[in-house]
Write a protein that binds this ligand. Structure first.
Ligand SMILES: Nc1nc2c(ncn2[C@@H]2O[C@H](COP(=O)(O)OP(=O)(O)OP(=O)(O)O)[C@@H](O)[C@H]2O)c(=O)[nH]1
Ligand SMILES: [Mg+2]
Length: 453
């Protein structure tokens, strides 16, 4: 168990060489500890909140600026000093050493944000947004997380919570007057409120997968029969010769992963070993790795060797579709320089087909634009919240209780029966925002943080 009362310190900027680095100190002793080490014009311990001071640190370690924040108006809600120093590892080490000798302790990963949460500066959805802002792999992800951090999600949840609590209050009054049969809660209006809340929660829970794209990037596997030109296409998409290409079928044995950024989206691209077909069954099962890559993909590009016919990979496509019905597929008609001017197969239904010549990079920028368009489409519905797995699970539990309450209302059940589900719904809302929490939950949430955050 970490001690909340100790004053903590850590490098808040990335380690290494840089123009500047910031060491953050937080806790009741922050000003007195820093005051002993900082030599400026006045005493740091007397400094007003939100002021910056210039001076020397320790016995000539570095010239620094010290930014002073006083509780509760700081990131952690405690007294905070942010020391801006030159960004060399030796300078930073000496400053941290001087702080620990003076009585501070090196912070655990995420401990500053943990304190902000425990001091009610941030709720749990905002804490999760901090991690998302830091780690987001897409521009839209970082922007959305920033909006979530600003508290939009929290406000929506607490409005719903307030509505449910008000209804609960009235239902309890109804119970007191049960003999008289008064109804203080208008049944149709409340049913409508619950319906709207259920729709909202369902939409949010369903956005978890798209939120994952904004948070971690878009996963795209390049698959197909041997020699179709997968590695050539992989290289062309990356813009550099990363994978080995040869005319021998079976060149790629293992998979390769590389990332590219297109239109603000990080795309994780996988080159895979060719999938062979035997007499009539395709050895997809045997190629476990490719299977699991396909399963985790947001888009699968099936590369077809168009010189063997536009429909040459149809059996493979049908197989992937039947095994992974929810994974989006597009067909890349590669080697279209050798294909003649046939019409692209229409039997592939509404699967998109993109003609390319990987060798000369023809059609490759169109393919890149197509992938970015799919990223945009799959995340278009997301505006101000990046739902994660924890929240999605709790939202589904919430939906269950909201539906339970609606059902009881519709069946004109007694107020106490309706109240049971409403109370559970209120409790789940509290779990989402972290009003009710336990140390295990915090450990899980903060496991994504690094030291200094
Ligand atoms: N004419 C032509 N040849 C191509 C094109 N794309 C790839 N090739 C050639 O096709 C052969 C196979 O290319 P690779 O990229 O190694 O194919 P692969 O699908 O990765 O093959 P495996 O890893 O063995 O499954 C090479 O000789 C490439 O030069 C294309 O658009 N047109
Ligand atoms: Mg290959």
């Amino acid at each position: 168990m970490i001690d909340q009362r100790e004053t903590i310190c850590a490098l808040a900027t990335p380690p290494g060489t840089a123009g500047l680095a910031v060491v953050r100190v937080s806790g009741a002793e922050a000003l007195s500890i820093c005051g002993r080490l900082f030599k400026g014009r006045g005493a740091l311990s007397d400094a007003a909140a939100h002021t910056i001071h210039y001076g020397w640190w320790g016995d000539g370690i570095d010239s620094v600026t010290a930014s002073v924040f006083r509780a509760p108006h700081s990131y952690t809600g405690e007294d905070v000093v942010e020391i801006g120093c030159h960004g060399g590892p030796f300078v930073v080490d000496q400053i941290i050493d001087s702080l620990t000798s003076a009585g501070a302790r090196v912070a655990e990963a995420g401990e500053f944000t943990r304190r902000a949460f425990l001091n009610s500066k941030l709720d749990l959805t905002q804490v999760e947004a901090v991690a998302d802002v830091i780690h987001a792999q897409t521009r839209a992800g970082a922007q959305t997380a920033a909006r979530q951090l600003a508290g939009g999600f929290t406000r929506r949840l607490s409005e719903l919570r307030q509505t449910l609590l008000t209804a609960l209050g009235y239902l309890e009054v109804e119970l007191d007057f049960s003999e008289e049969g008064y109804e203080f809660v208008s049944r149709p209006a409340f049913l409508e409120t619950l319906r709207q809340a259920t729709v909202d929660a369902t939409r949010l829970a369903a956005s978890a997968q798209s939120a994952h794209i904004l948070r971690s990037g878009f996963y795209c596997a390049v698959v197909g029969y041997p020699n179709a030109g997968k590695s050539s296409l992989f290289n062309a998409l990356l813009g550099r010769p990363r994978a080995i290409v040869s005319h021998i079928a079976g060149t790629t044995r293992d998979y390769l992963e590389e990332s590219l950024v297109e239109d603000g989206y990080t795309i994780h691209l996988y080159d895979t070993a060719g999938l062979r077909s035997t007499e009539d069954t395709i050895e997809l099962l045997g190629i476990q790795v490719t299977s699991s890559l396909i399963e985790q993909s947001n888009l699968v590009l099936v590369v077809n060797d168009a010189s063997l016919g536009f429909r040459h990979s149809d059996a493979l496509i049908a197989d992937i579709q039947s095994r992974y019905p929810t994974v989006p597929i597009a067909v890349v008609q590669n080697k279209s320089d050798l294909s003649g001017t046939g019409v692209l197969a229409s039997e592939l239904g509404n699967i998109a087909q993109i003609p390319t010549i990987a060798l000369s990079e023809q059609g490759v920028s169109e393919l890149r634009a197509y992938i970015a368009a799919i990223c945009r489409e799959s995340t278009a519905a997301i505006h101000d919240v990046l739902i994660n797995q924890r929240q999605a699970h709790l939202l589904r539990v919430l939906i269950g209780h909201l539906e339970g309450a609606s059902g009881a209302l519709a069946r004109e059940e007694s107020p106490d029966l309706i109240a049971i589900d409403l109370r559970s719904a209120v409790r789940v809302l509290g779990e989402i925002t972290g009003e009710t929490w336990n140390p295990d939950l915090l450990d899980t949430v903060f496991s994504r943080f690094c030291i200094g955050k």
